[in-house]
Unconditional design. Structure first.
Length: 330
């Protein structure tokens, strides 16, 4: 997906610019212990040739020659944290099926510690794309809400994992894995841990008490409505943060970069992307990098500077959607 228009970002007029990126040692990053909780999914691609139309229905017949699997959702977020060299754990529910096993294997390759609850009745969330000559012909989704028992077991496992992690990252893709998110947030905050949330949907009451929430423009609009100016945006975000007792909101604004709203005021960071090839998953990279930075002891402002840099790198990549330590600090 190329997007050359994104090369001329419009920058909103803001009071402060982000500080320069502070170089952090590899060891310091390696000490960050991030626990990702949320909805995991598998992105699967089937590539093949089409040589005929089906005799059964007027549809092409694809002869599949190759399959590619990638971690998606919360698993992609965890993979991003691990790629930076952090200790990344992932707590989520999967089914007892082949896609679930595939996720386990890919998490292992990505050096993510998997803490998976199994729900035998659940089809592991998978998004299957059928492609021929770079054209997507069809997408097939399998998903369902995890069973109550698996979610409760996940909550108990969360309690056990809390003491050995510094930062908790909630990656919500509205598949039901975060049914107990409110309780998890209050437990984590009571234990003195930072909690970052990548939200979904219009009910943010469930994220009450989080440290940082990282919506994109559409996600924020769903909750606070359309803003008419930057002042109006600030007023709406301030009210939201106060109502929900959320310390900071990082609005990711695609080609406009990102804006941090916190008790310290407003900090705008223009994008540093030079080439934009594939923007999908950039939000995952942002929250993963910010979490690792906070886990490594950086300030929120320093973390945002790093997250912005990571996002600028990842949108320039095709396929792989992670940034490693060397790329971030080179
Ligand atoms: N078109 C673009 N041009 C330049 N930078 C971009 C572009 N799209 C994304 N970015 C960078 O990536 C960050 C996150 O992107 P965005 O706001 O689109 O998140 P998102 O919608 O949550 O992404 P996704 O859900 O696909 O992972 C932006 O703040 C910016 O730094
Ligand atoms: Mg997103």
């Amino acid at each position: 997906m190329s997007n050359t228009q994104a090369m001329q970002p419009q920058q909103p007029d803001h009071t402060a610019l982000a500080p320069d990126v502070r170089v952090v040692s590899r060891e310091q990053f390696g000490q960050a212990r991030v626990l990702v909780v949320g909805d995991v999914m598998l992105d699967r691609y089937w590539f093949g040739d089409v040589n005929r139309i089906s005799p059964e229905a007027p549809v092409p017949v694809v002869h599949v020659q190759r399959q590619e699997d990638r971690l998606g959702g919360a698993a992609n977020v965890a993979r991003n944290a691990a790629a930076l060299g952090a200790q990344a754990g992932l707590l989520c529910v999967v089914g007892h099926d082949e896609p679930g096993e595939r996720i386990v294997a890919l998490l292992g390759e990505s050096h993510v510690h998997a803490h998976l609850e199994r729900d035998p009745a659940l089809p592991t969330t998978i998004k299957l794309r059928v492609l021929s000559r770079q054209q997507q012909l069809l997408r097939v989704d399998f998903e369902n809400t995890p069973a109550h028992e698996a979610l409760l077991a996940g909550l108990a496992r969360f309690d056990a994992l809390l003491p050995t992690h510094d930062v908790i990252l909630m990656s919500d893709y509205a598949k039901g894995g975060l049914t107990h998110v409110t309780q998890m947030i209050s437990k984590a905050r009571a234990a003195g841990k930072a909690v970052l949330v990548d939200p979904k949907g219009d009910d943010w009451e469930r994220y009450r008490g989080a440290s940082v929430i990282t919506p994109n423009r559409a996600e924020l609009r769903e909750v606070v409505g359309n803003w008419k100016s930057e002042e109006d945006l600030l007023a709406r975000v301030t009210k939201l943060r106060t109502d929900l007792q959320i310390d900071a909101l990082l609005l990711t604004r695609s080609e406009e970069g990102m804006t941090l709203f916190s008790g310290d005021g407003v900090l705008h960071t223009p994008t540093v992307a030079r080439e934009v090839y594939d923007v999908s998953g950039a939000g995952d990279t942002v929250i993963a990098t910010l979490s690792v930075a906070l886990g490594a002891g950086l300030s929120l402002q320093e973390g945002v500077a790093l997250a912005n840099r990571a996002a600028g790198i990842v949108v320039g990549k095709l396929g792989t959607a992670t940034v490693d330590y060397d790329e971030l600090f080179q």
